[in-house]
Ligand binder design. Structure first.
Ligand code: NOJ
Ligand code: CA
Length: 712
């Protein structure tokens, strides 16, 4: 590990009226801090000498106390440089370099002369992070943030990839439009999302991905969201200025803080190639290192589950077969015979997982309460410790142990978080007793405490409390319907993944996700961290399960394989049913082989909304996997294999769309071929409309014989 921490300069107050300019370590980005004529703090950012953010103001407004907004003078300026290479517990690469120039500006206001406010900037070669800090001081102890006014004054009417600003959900379809055409109340009807609180016409969420008319790429998000609400952005459609908009609490306040403390980092990532946005580690680097000493129990995981069969309507979560029973007293309920999580069915999944070497089996619908699930805003729905009568938790725990598989726990809170908090300790005790080491949580519904929002400070603290508590108990975590991630998996490496966006599940029972959805997610939602997208759907048309259903996954089968690479996550589900995989064991082989932890990742080609191709090297193996996907347009992915080492030859097994494949007309047509390749090879992969390709590349071994043709 290389580490360098240097105190570069402390400027005297005499310099206070001057603008302060710093450059990133390689000189590519430039930041200027200045106070304007009314003493408001401003910053501007340029990349390759081109202005990206014009002078933009920064302010924190307080309730019942003078705000941190104007009439400032500079009390002190500190500048440092930092360079460290660290090793994540799991990730897209084995090591990560964290190198930046820092500028910390201490400010003072004439009207409150003994109160200090710090703005800390970290300038990277690929962008900027900054946050507001409130030092320990007699004149500021407890305070309420009524608003934050951080501006991002952009240089033009950029093309933006956005979802509506909302306090409760990020499960929207993406829209692609100019900033001037954003409409946070139009777009997809989104009636399939259970708890929605759209903010208004001009509001969008982050990560916000943008492209300028001259081909530059720009991403705005935040890092290390702790004890603070999430940030939405208000778009000024004529000046193209974005302004932060924090999620309020039940009484309209934004955050309750006590000094010393600080806000999350506001992040701006810049690039002249779209692939460099994907390669950025800026958000992760701005998060605190993990303090979990023993990480031996944290394992990237591939899993199957009693899950998709409920989404396609083959079985149910609840025992009585109705989600609107007038009671969920088990003595009064008659079993419907369609309950998915029954002992026999769970054994079938365990057998399947063991046979195909999966680590885990998720089981949803195992506990009482599902008769009274979403939409009721009721406090006591689930208790997280009482199995349904047909789910034998002790027997299944032994069965899984014998098979060498772990059952993954499911805690659907229905948004009643007060109730979950009351049960958490007992629920984790039960998990430990029965040998579960991972939990998937869920928050479908309006939040209780009533009036709180999924993305407000109270819930942010809840999500982080669950991460800390599960870490203490050596439990891995996957959160569905949480606030969108901000790189906190660096601090909590047990927090393998989140959903926090529109997952594959929407394809089973709604208008679904259009074919470009997965070409946008890596540039938006995934900038903050891994997503439990649940790929691997092979039976693409839902009419297979119910002739009346018109829904389908907007994909080809080969594209589902590619998603294991293009949608980075250390937690990957093979989401379809065992009996479906049994019909396509040749294609299923890719899901069995694909790694979930990586030494290296190469972002080969990408354009948000259109296509992307990524190659990744499996951790501690001389083995590479490639995923290439496209939107609704067919295309050819051209992929040089120059990342392979000199050892030759390798075998590339290519899982591709058949010549006549098409996401709508012929989605399940694929072909599998193996060839000899070397580092000189350039793969040209034909991707069908809405399609993709997946490739496994491994060294030729003695047992392989000589029957492979060279790739041409
Ligand atoms: C929504 C989650 O995203 C999904 O994975 C889960 O099956 C249901 N809620 C039920 O908890
Ligand atoms: Ca969901």
């Amino acid at each position: 590990m290389k580490k360098l921490f240097l105190l570069a300069l402390v400027l005297p107050i005499a310099a206070s009226m001057l603008a302060q300019t710093i450059q990133s370590p390689n000189g590519k980005t430039t930041l200027t801090f200045a106070l304007n004529a009314t003493g408001e703090p401003t910053y501007r950012l340029s990349f390759n000498k081109k202005e990206i953010v014009q002078p933009s103001r920064m302010a924190i407004l307080l309730k019942e106390q003078p705000s941190f907004d104007k009439d400032f003078s500079i009390a002190k300026i500190d500048s440092t440089i930092f360079d460290e290479t660290w090793t994540p517990v799991w990730g897209e690469s084995r090591t990560i370099r964290n190198r930046y120039k820092e500028l910390a500006v201490t400010l003072r206001q004439a009207a409150v002369p003994d109160r200090l406010f710090v703005i800390r900037f970290r300038l990277y070669d690929d962008g900027l992070g900054f946050r507001y800090e409130f030092p320990e001081q007699a004149s500021l102890v407890h305070f309420i943030v009524s608003d934050e006014k951080t501006e991002f004054d952009l240089t033009g009417d950029h093309k933006a990839f956005w979802i509506p600003g909302d306090y409760d959900t990020n499960e929207y379809q993406y829209s692609t439009s100019k900033l001037s055409e954003v409409n946070g109340l139009a777009g997809s009807p989104a009636s399939e999302i259970h708890a929605r609180t759209p903010i208004g016409t001009n509001f969008v969420q982050t990560p916000l991905m943008m492209k300028s008319a001259d081909g530059g790429y720009l991403n705005i998000h935040e890092a290390a969201l702790v004890n603070y609400p999430a940030m939405n952005l208000e778009v000024d459609k004529t000046s193209f200025k974005l302004t932060s908009h924090l999620v309020p609490d039940a009484v309209g306040n934004k955050a309750y803080l006590q000094a010393p403390c600080h806000t999350p980092w506001r992040t701006i990532i810049v690039a002249d190639k779209a692939t460099d946005i994907l390669a950025s580690r800026l958000i992760l680097n701005l998060n605190e290192p993990s303090n979990i000493a023993d990480v031996s129990w944290i394992k990237p995981t591939k899993y199957v589950g009693v899950w998709w069969e409920m989404h396609v309507g083959k079985s149910t979560w609840d025992y009585a077969g109705t989600q609107s029973a007038s009671t969920w007293d088990l003595t009064k309920l008659t079993p419907s015979g369609r309950h998915g999580a029954n002992t026999q069915r769970v054994k079938t999944y365990n057998d399947f997982a063991a046979k195909h070497h999966f680590d885990g089996v998720l089981v949803e619908g195992w506990n009482t309460g599902w008769e009274d699930w979403f939409g009721k805003w009721k406090e006591d729905v689930f208790d997280f410790v009482t199995p349904y009568p047909d789910f034998d938790i002790a027997e299944l725990s032994n069965y899984a142990k014998q098979k060498g598989v772990k059952i993954i726990m499911h805690h659907e809170t229905s948004g009643s978080v007060t109730n979950y908090e009351r049960w958490m300790d007992k629920a984790y005790d039960l998990m430990k007793k029965y040998n579960y080491d991972a939990v998937k949580t869920g928050y479908v519904g309006k939040i209780i405490p009533r009036g709180e929002h999924h993305d407000g400070q109270w819930m942010v603290n809840h999500f982080n409390r669950v991460a800390a508590k599960t870490a203490e108990r050596q439990i891995m975590l996957d959160a569905h319907e949480p606030v969108r991630p901000t790189g906190l998996h660096r601090s909590y490496p047990n927090w393998l993944a989140c959903e926090a966006a529109r997952g594959n599940e929407f394809n089973a029972w709604s208008v679904g996700n259009p074919p470009d959805h997965e070409t946008i997610l890596p540039f938006t939602r995934l900038m903050g961290g891994p997503m439990d997208y649940t790929p691997g759907i092979f039976q693409i048309k839902m009419s297979y399960f119910d002739p009346n259903k018109k829904d389908q996954v907007h994909t080809t089968l080969a594209k589902q394989l590619a998603l294991y690479i293009t949608m980075y996550s250390p937690l990957q589900m093979a989401a379809d049913l065992p009996e479906i995989y049994e019909q396509h064991l040749d294609a299923f082989q890719f899901i069995k082989d694909v790694a979930v932890d990586w030494d290296d990742s190469r972002y080969l080609e990408a354009e948000p909304g259109d296509y992307l191709s990524i190659a990744r090297k499996a951790k501690m193996q001389n083995e590479w996997f490639i995923g290439a996907i496209t939107d609704e347009n067919a295309r050819t992915a051209t992929l040089p294999l120059n990342f392979l080492d000199e050892k030759t030859p390798y075998i590339a097994t290519i899982y591709a769309d058949a010549a006549d494949a098409h996401w709508e007309q012929n989605p399940m047509a694929y072909q599998i071929n193996s060839y000899l390749v070397t580092k000189e090879t350039i793969l040209k992969l034909k991707l069908a409309a809405g399609g993709g390709a997946a490739v496994r590349i491994r060294l030729l071994t003695e047992g392989d014989g000589r029957n492979y043709k060279a790739y041409k």
